[in-house]
Write a protein that binds this ligand. Structure first.
Ligand code: NAP
Length: 346
């Protein structure tokens, strides 16, 4: 067994604010030593970034986020203390830290050692590298929940993935194809080849014309069974116009997002559109927010092992260069996961 140090390097969220103000690279952060039954200790190899990470950093006050704590949630690594669970020292795994666990146990991904319950990790198949594995979990269980549990998507049905070049969108395209569905996906024109490469059968460039207007003028036949908004749109138009292109028993599913100050008006209009009763002229289509559940970890693992699910990497940054990784995520233009290499030997 490798020697486990008492302290580690970790990017700690110390206060509310943008990453450059909130984060500090600490060298004295304690390595967890008080594992509870069912928890393992993992030496982190790579961490993957999510837009939710920097948005929570900017918006949530310290008490709501549980600061100080290591930033980010998705990771890959090696088990260094199996703690009597089904995992042994040396097992290669990937997984994620839920916001609840992060707050309660002060855990995160941008550090060298993390303690996690076995319900939040999966064995890493050898076909996937540690850098690739780091970014699989959160977006994949998110998209799996949307397509399988909420939409109950079946082979032969058609789904629209709005935001097909986002990580949630990429996972949604690949999972929908694995289910045998037809996929229409949107992104900006520069990403058409990339989105088709993920498996999309048809492509719509949302920068040429508002997509709800395009779909009203060119409705699919039959209408979509489901629409997955993989961006978390604040503008309600794609939803409120959906009777023109979403089947009457279809469902509109949103990845959700935290509104900025400038989006508050759109956000209020979206909320009104969702709650307004149909008998008062509300949109006669179901709207649901994605709420990923851990019950789908095994399903995601099976798809990854079969080669049906693979998240492309947008870019890789060194551990010392985390602020540049945030700069990339903040652009909102990444195609695939932004990954931080934590173990320089991988
Ligand atoms: N509910 C959940 O459990 C959950 C879990 C994970 C993520 N999320 C949320 O899901 C959303 C997406 O996260 P992500 O990690 O997948 O994002 P991401 O990978 O950073 O998304 C980047 C992509 O988004 C596209 N994009 C940016 N703005 C767009 C717009 N206005 N319309 C259409 N496409 C746009 C860009 O494509 P173009 O350059 O082609 O525009 C870019 O390729 C975020 O709001 C995140 O917070 C929710």
């Amino acid at each position: 067994m490798s020697t486990i140090p008492a302290t580690q390097q970790a990017w700690i969220e110390e206060r509310r604010g943008p990453p450059a103000q909130s984060l500090r690279l600490r060298t004295d952060w304690p390595v967890p030593s008080d594992l509870q039954p069912g928890e393992v200790l993992i030496k982190v190899q790579a961490a993957a970034m999510n837009p939710g990470g920097y948005k929570m950093m900017k918006l949530l006050p310290n008490f709501a986020r549980g600061r100080p704590l290591p930033a980010e949630m998705e990771l890959s690594g090696v088990v260094v203390d199996g703690n009597g669970t089904e995992y042994s020292d040396g097992d290669q795994v990937f997984g994620f830290v839920t916001p609840e666990l992060a707050k309660a146990r002060k855990q995160g991904a941008l550090c060298q050692y993390v303690r996690l319950p076995t319900s939040l990790i999966l064995p890493r198949p050898p076909s996937v590298t540690p850098l690739e594995a780091a970014g699989i979990c959160a977006v994949s269980i998110t998209s799996y929940h949307a397509l399988v549990e909420l939409a109950q998507l079946e082979a032969g049905q058609t789904v629209l993935v709005y935001g097909g070049s986002s990580s949630v969108g990429i996972a949604a395209i690949q999972i929908a194809k694995a289910l045998g569905a037809k996929v229409v996906a949107s992104a900006s024109g520069k990403n058409e080849a990339f989105v088709r490469g993920q498996g999309a059968d048809e492509f719509i460039d949302y920068t040429k014309q508002p997509i709800h207007e395009y779909l009203k003028a060119n409705p699919p036949s039959p209408k979509f069974h489901a629409i997955v908004d993989a961006i978390g749109l604040m503008d309600p138009s794609l939803y409120t116009s959906s009777p023109a292109y979403l089947a009457p028993n279809g469902i509109f599913i949103s990845a959700g997002d935290l509104p900025s100050m400038s989006q508050l008006w759109h956000f209020c209009k979206l909320l009104a559109a969702i709650v307004w009763p149909r008998w008062l002229g509300g949109t006669p289509r179901k709207w649901r927010l994605i709420r990923p559940t851990l019950g789908h970890m095994g399903d995601v693992q099976a798809l990854v092992a079969k080669g049906s699910l693979k998240l492309p990497i947008d870019s890789v940054y060194d551990f010392e260069d985390v602020l540049s990784a945030y700069d990339r995520v903040v652009t909102g233009r990444a195609t695939g996961k932004v990954v931080v290499k934590i173990d320089p030997t991988i």
